[in-house]
Design a protein around this ligand. Sequence first.
Ligand SMILES: NC(=O)c1ccc[n+]([C@@H]2O[C@H](COP(=O)([O-])OP(=O)(O)OC[C@H]3O[C@@H](n4cnc5c(N)ncnc54)[C@H](OP(=O)(O)O)[C@@H]3O)[C@@H](O)[C@H]2O)c1
Length: 279
Amino acid sequence: MIVGFIGFGEVSSTISNILSRNGIQTVTVVKGRSEKTNIRAIKSDVQIIDSYDALVKGSDVVISANSPANALNVAKKVSKLMDNGIYIDLNNVSPDTTLKMSQLFEKPQETLPKIEEKHSFFKKQEDVDMRNMFVDGAIIGKVSNDSTTILFSGQRSGDLAILNNYGLNIMIVSNKPGDVSTLKTLRSLYTKGVSAVLMEAYEASKEIGMVDQLFEILSLTEGETFEEKSKSRIRNSYKNSNRKVEEMDEALEFLDKISPKGKKNFMTKAARDKFNDVK
Ligand SMILES: NC(=O)c1ccc[n+]([C@@H]2O[C@H](COP(=O)([O-])OP(=O)(O)OC[C@H]3O[C@@H](n4cnc5c(N)ncnc54)[C@H](OP(=O)(O)O)[C@@H]3O)[C@@H](O)[C@H]2O)c1
């Protein structure tokens, strides 16, 4: 099996390293990307190839992990090149964006080559009029953790359970794209809101020289592991604030769509502004 990565940052390099340690060949393209991405790819076992066309045509599974703002454009380009295999989007995007991407990969079965000819390790596709190569994916928590759970939903998501044999921790949610991104967005409303509040409490305590005391008193009610977890959350929020703004924009798009008219989603807007402020 060959897995191709579009974007080779923290997510792709972590997953690629796990897969290659477990015997799966991985490929990516770094032409035109930053020095950081080039170095990351050179240091990992991934095979660097020249074109996205070769990546899409030569991979059984294509994983898009770049940024929420780029996800749709990347999907548009790949869907034009892809007539077989599975396309997984792992970006933190709204359910709406996910459904837009999914539609790009839905093609009439009779216009596509037979799956078993090229992808013999995948199950024979059941009879469907429309084949959808898109899988909605979400990383639950931080990707650097080896036991991170990855959720999938989509017509072909069941085929991806095979990745559990190659070092990943996969959970199949349903065969409907959008189910996973809805769950992920709901989770984000909580986790990113908490991160934004923590950053502000930490900044205030730093201002008056009471960081240790803040974590000490919070640990009394929040538990022993609270300090370590919160500090990691705070570090991660400063480091990835650009991406967090994009993620909150996606979450706000979701909230605006489902909220009754006139309802103001104060907390999520404030969390977005907080990440924007520290960019
Ligand atoms: N990190 C996590 O724990 C985590 C968890 C859940 C979900 N996610 C989601 O996963 C995605 C990737 O996150 P990450 O942490 O891996 O980000 P990252 O470390 O910032 O890496 C992003 C990578 O994508 C590349 N890229 C950006 N735009 C691209 C494009 N149009 N075409 C090809 N490559 C492109 C970047 O290249 P340059 O260096 O040239 O910019 C970089 O290699 C994000 O959408 C994020 O929301 C991340």
